[in-house]
Design a protein around this ligand. Sequence first.
Ligand code: ZN
Length: 733
Amino acid sequence: MFRGCHKIGQQCGAAGARTSRRRKSRCVFAVRLALSTAACLLAGAIHARTAYAYIGPGAGFVFVGSFLVLLVTFVLVLFSLLTWPVRCVARAFRRRKAKRRHQDVGRVVILGLDGLKPELAERLMDEGELPNLARLREHGTFARLNTTYPSISPVAWSSFQTGANPGRHNIFDFLSRDASTYMPVLSSVEMGKVDRSLSLGPYSIPLGKPSIRPMRKSKPFWHILGEHGVSSCILRVPVTFPPEKYRGVMLSGMCVPDLIGTQGSFVAYTTRDDIRIEHEGGAVVRVERNGNVVNAELTGPEDFLKKRGGRLSVPLKVVIDGDGASAQLNVADQSLKLTKGRHSDWIRIRFSAGLGMSVSGVCKFLLVEANPHFTLYVTPINIDPDRPALPISHPFVYSSYLAKLLGTFSTLGLAEDTWALSEGVIDEAAFLEQCYTFHDERERMFFNALGRTGEDVCVCVFDTTDRIQHMFWRYLDKSHPANRGKDIEQHAGAITDLYRRMDGLVGRTLDRLGKRDVLIVMSDHGFQPFSRGVNVNSWLHQNGYLALKDGAEESGEWFSSVDWTRTKAYAMGLGGLYVNQKGREAQGIVPDGDEKRLLKEELIARLSGLKDTGGNRTGITQVWDSADLYAGPYRENAPDLIIGYGAGYRASWDSVTGKVGAPVFEDNKMCWGGDHCIDPRLVPGVLFSNRRIDPGENPNIMDIAPTVLAAFGIEKPGYMDGKPLEFERESGD
Ligand SMILES: [Zn+2]
């Protein structure tokens, strides 16, 4: 989703006055931010009861908030404030140099609408539903934007940031695998543990903080802009956690964990005994009802202080009103009224660990039902943006600044709770309300940032487009297996409504742009139905490439019954297939060299064009040798083969988690009925812009970073694989 034009968003007659106003507002913004930082740090020092803590899945908490740290940071902020005028002057010099070549570019604004599909946008533009995007198409650019292999958000947005192919940025999927255990690991970040601790009675006080290491390599374009004196405001771009230091402000996006260190775990408290306790993406807790009262515990992160471990929790009490339409909730010394079917506001929960230390999270509550059964849904506990338990923004206090200015907001990477809907804990109406509430938070942040952006760069990624399409695609396809037994009318217009709303966002953005501002609206991939799943591991098993332990006929998650000593290949994640390579995998048997090459060729030949056994459609269009797809120092971390599924297909739910034994092809009956983790040629993204670009450019998502650099007269660095797209100069009329 990227592009350009000439006559759009020209609101400003007095560009000079506006520019100086922008500069002034930028300075005011910087000063306010610094003051807010100082205020936060002072507050932190006074309320030393709150631990500035770091988290890792299973690693527990460590606090680093010693008074010394706070003091040093405060001094740095003060220094930063005092030297601000000097740095402003130095920066102006650098900027003049960088912008010598492109006087017709003011701000560069990028709106990322994750998953916006060009074919659907085109149809709705033709039908007159999307007037603002249609204006961009008419006066600027509308093009397909080629995406990465595989066409998965973390991979594609990493190429967006760096202008590089995955072989250089090292992100090949959501998950990668630990070759020593065959277990999955999150591809984008590595959480370390703390080695040393101080034993003090029942406490084990961690000394130091665990490392949080970004696994995305290469350099995002905003780092390079910063080196040339151009600052950037980067909001919620996927794979920006942990936040890195550069010239500008950033709020991290996809891959930020929740407070317990997962990618999002809801909880549902219920009196029902007819629903499963085991859920994907969350937990169901059975509760007893005593008259109108339900008592339970809200469980938080691991106890980071006590030797016996366990998890921190706070008591939770619900008193159901007589008519069952509302209830009074008491949690963590707060009391609020819940209305059935309506999400509550964000509630701050402070989990005390002892020794005066606590950690803070925020969550929302939804009374799903009250009579005769009681069910209360709680969102994943998000990291509190006002008192972040780990860094989710740059500078560290930026999230706190936003929370103080605009109110609390969702910080979780995958904030929209698709699992709760998939598992039937919340319904579609509740899911939509949640999505748009989070979207509105993001919009407020974006417009706040845009208003404070001088002749610099402002980027914001909106995820709602991706999540709603995943969950409502079934409505676009009457024959979708997910429709069986479900209503197919109530939200039939959900996706059209989504596109209309995004068009409104584009319109509001255009209203705020000046004549010289460049707007790019882009998506990282498109969408297709996901009606049939392909279990590649089952295919590998049936065809003699993957062996099960003696006596086993199938395997549970993560290859629990796989006999690695007789297995040549296995699939993991959404698009990858690995050879069980000798000397690389813990129990690898296939030697590198000719034997591996022949095996890859054989698998490519047999899997490419694989037909669905339940019909004659093509389940897998093509399989690629990753050695042919990628170039760069991290190529060897890629899966050996990348699988391109046909339209309507995707890796089955079981295949992704390393289960073996189900049929190779099966219906996808989950609400998650649309997807894009398929042959990337079938799911290009969109590129819109208020400037014209040459339609012959055949743009790729890797082109955006060099294009932004070029707009500021900066040569693209050698590691960028993309090419700068030539924008037509602003016409001046
Ligand atoms: Zn998606």
